[in-house]
Design a protein. Sequence first.
Length: 301
Amino acid sequence: MKIIVLIVIGGLLAGETHYVDAAEADFHGFYFELLLTHLDAFEARVQGQLSTLAEQINDLKSEVTRTTKEIETKVDNTEAIMKKLTIQQKVSTSALRIELLTLKANIVRECTNKEVFSTMIEQQAMQVVRRIERSTVVSGTQQLFVDSQEFNVYVDSTNEHGFGGGWIVFQRRFDGSENFSRGWQEYVNGFGSIRGEHWLGLEPLYQILQTARHELLIVLEDYDGTIGYEHYDNFTLGDMNTSYEISSLGSYVGNAGRSFFPHLHGVFSTYDDDFQDCAKKNAGGWWFTQDNGCKNRFITG
């Protein structure tokens, strides 16, 4: 150690001999003891400073450890918060998507309701217009033009049923003067007298029904003058390729029962074009079905 250097300063010089007397020896011994005392004090101060430094280092290590733990805790908390925010963001996005879909569905529903309401009002208005037109039409023969085709029809405006006038008659029977046991082609084209008993014809009827929405009214009168009727508000037929299938009847109103309703989706058949054999059994053309063994109500037999 550097302290040793101080001890050897007073060493012997080569080739020289020094004799020290007792007084000089005591003098040198005193200063040696004084030097040792100072060295001990210096060593104690150094040791104290080293201990203090060691304590400060330990305190610094503890502070670093504590700070590191705090940082790690804050990092963990930050990560947890970020995860929570991510989850909340996903939840918020999902909720927003659901709200948008709900809003879209509400808009579509409202638009649909308005369209349905508008269509319903238009249909009711057309029915009123048609009834007003019928009330001003007198009974008798008229000419109809459909796609450059001319049809002679009989229009009934007696209003004995309460539905107004202007009804196009496609079948009329009242005295049995006309034979309705006819073949397919005659039922397609029509037969009889327009002013008397007649069948307008399936093809003319189909062509007329294509021009607009039409209602169907069946009026029955017995010998006592009692009138029964069936009214359907949306009567449509298929073309010849479907054998003039009844594709729609709509809603029913009447006092004669829904006797015509079972013929919905029935196809027209005659004795010479009858895959069900119903026309042969009943001697007349009609929209027969086999649901009840051909025992359908019909008014052409």
